[in-house]
Design a protein around this ligand. Structure first.
Ligand code: MBD
Ligand code: FE
Length: 273
């Protein structure tokens, strides 16, 4: 005799959250008496976003991710911040002295970025790996803007025995969400500015600590208080100083010390040997 098992597993967490999300959407539709015409436009917009590859992650990062990211904050190290839609894994390991890969004629001002990586108990994190990525001096990311070389302004570097690191790059500029995609068109239709303040992304890891994903912003950026993604945290904003270089020109310099949660003095199999 065969029995047919009709019991389906129920994901209660999904059920609970989805019910609330759906109810919020239904409430909005009812409250605003959304018409079939408007509903059709929304359907087309979602279809378009789905057909555009990066647009759905971009749209989620603009509207929702920073709230999820705030909830994910744990420990008392450097505050985490959005990974954003443009991280590319396996960026090249750079050789000392570190310079983020760039074109011969890379536009923008030269930037020297220095800092130290420590754990919350103050221990320098020798050998911490910093995976760094940013847009260029025109606000373009490699692997997004098709004419940029692979891994332009992306690379991994290693902190020295004192947890210190430094690298040369260019000063990023405020980033505008592309206006020709679904996200950009929605922002434009709502009369909202598409800008994020200039930022450099970091993913920092060390065997003894929790990995940290964050972004560093720059003082006096006009978009700090009006980030379209609402992600800026005051503790992640650093001042920029201008220095004279040997050739009579100048370059920008900034510094940031990162703190990773988790104890570097805790015994760890990964540290042995
Ligand atoms: C970005 O470059 C970014 O970092 C985030 C969080 C959202 C959109 C574009
Ligand atoms: Fe970014």
């Amino acid at each position: 005799m065969t029995t047919i098992d009709t019991a389906r597993p129920t994901n209660l967490r999904l059920q609970e959250v989805f019910d609330d999300v759906l109810q919020a959407l239904l409430d909005a539709i009812t409250r605003h008496r959304v018409t079939w015409e408007e509903f059709r436009v929304a359907t087309e917009w979602l279809t378009e976003a789905g057909d555009q590859g990066i647009e759905i992650p971009l749209m989620l990062d603009v509207f929702l991710s920073s709230t999820v990211d705030d909830l994910a904050h744990a420990g008392d190290g450097t505050e985490n911040n959005l990974e954003g839609p443009y991280y590319v894994p396996d960026a090249p390991f750079l050789h000392h002295p570190y310079v983020l890969p760039q074109r011969q004629d890379e536009p923008g001002e030269k930037l020297h970025f220095a800092g130290r990586v420590r754990s919350t108990d103050g221990t320098p994190l020798a050998g911490a790996v910093l995976d760094v990525w940013q847009s260029n001096g025109l606000g373009e990311y490699s692997h997004v803007q098709p004419d940029l070389p692979e891994f332009n302004l992306r690379g991994r570097l290693v902190a020295d025995q004192d947890g210190c690191f430094e690298f040369m790059t260019v000063v990023p500029v405020p980033y505008a969400i592309p206006t020709d995609g679904a996200t950009g068109r929605l922002l434009a239709a709502m009369g909202r500015e598409p800008f994020r303040p200039a930022h450099i992304h970091f993913r920092i890891s060390h065997p003894d600590c929790e990995p940290l994903t964050t972004q560093i912003y720059f003082e006096d950026d006009p978009w700090l208080d009006a980030d379209v993604a609402g992600a800026v945290k005051e503790s992640l904003v650093t001042p920029v100083t201008r220095w004279a270089d040997a050739g009579g020109g100048q370059y920008a310099g900034c510094a940031y010390d990162f703190v990773l949660s988790g104890s570097a003095t805790a015994p760890s199999a990964l540290r042995a040997g």
